[in-house]
Design a protein around this ligand. Structure first.
Ligand SMILES: Nc1ncnc2c1ncn2[C@@H]1O[C@H](COP(=O)(O)OP(=O)(O)OP(=O)(O)O)[C@@H](O)[C@H]1O
Ligand SMILES: [Mg+2]
Length: 232
């Protein structure tokens, strides 16, 4: 197992918002975590990445305890993430943003090759590589954020609602790229409110409601499920 999360409790000050959450991701697997607004998805993901700390629960990555590690340490180990909120350097160019992602983890060898991989997945980033990040469209900025996350060659890519604010066409394109990234050998943990997108892409799906994971099922079963909306 690549990632094993067991019985995580997380909260903000006195307010607990995630209750005994457990989930896992196998090497190379595509897993989704879906749930309504405010369910606790981001809180759970941020705890796995190390942005939020907890006293209760365990996170194992390749069998090693990583709970409460700093995000910077986790990235070096191969866990990469794309935040729900914007996380680019707005006044730097596309290329500079990508280079910074590599420098941040001290992984600058074979950078050209990895840049080519990113440009192959997102050709528009190559065309716009000299353009300032904040002059890109919302969809292009999302592509750049994903590009920065995969440039470091992660074993696990975690994305928090990457479809937010994208048109249906762009959501479809992003889905194809995520599948492509998985084919290259990277496991994916996709957090989404866009249930349709998440179920269509993921092999396994977890459903979160008011801080608890209430269901785990396969792509096949979730696709067949008629009363999906009753779950939320
Ligand atoms: N910084 C914070 N301080 C206090 N409470 C917070 C904070 N961030 C989130 N919460 C609360 O924690 C709960 C879970 O929020 P969270 O952002 O994890 O949900 P989510 O499932 O990611 O929602 P969304 O789909 O809207 O992004 C909500 O009730 C929210 O109000
Ligand atoms: Mg969220």
């Amino acid at each position: 197992m690549l990632l094993e999360v067991t019985n995580l409790d997380v909260g903000y000050k006195e307010k607990q918002v995630v209750f005994e959450a457990s989930l896992n991701v196998d090497a190379g697997e595509f897993v989704a975590l879906i749930g309504h607004n405010g369910a606790g998805k981001t809180t759970l993901l941020k705890t796995i990445c190390g942005f939020l700390k907890t006293k209760v629960g365990e996170v194992l990555y390749k069998g090693e305890k990583i709970v409460n590690n700093s995000p910077a340490i986790n990235v070096r180990k191969g866990l990469s993430f794309v935040h729900q909120e914007k996380s680019l350097f707005p006044n730097l160019s596309v290329l500079e943003n990508l280079q910074l992602a590599a420098y941040a983890i001290g992984k600058t060898s074979a950078l050209d090759q990895r840049l080519e991989d990113v440009y192959r997945l997102f050709p528009i980033l190559k065309e716009r590589k000299k353009q300032m990040a904040d002059t890109l469209s919302g969809g292009q900025q999302k592509q750049l954020a994903v590009g920065m996350a995969i440039l470091v060659g992660p074993d696990l890519l975690m994305l928090d609602e990457p479809s937010l604010g994208l048109s249906p066409n762009l959501v479809r394109d992003l889905g194809s790229v995520l599948k492509e990234i998985q084919k290259m050998g990277t496991a994916i943990l996709l957090v989404e409110q866009n249930v349709k997108m998440a179920i269509s892409l993921a092999q396994r799906i977890y459903v979160m409601r008011t801080g608890q994971i209430i269901l785990e099922d396969t792509h096949e079963n979730m696709t067949r499920r008629e009363n999906l909306w009753d779950l939320f």
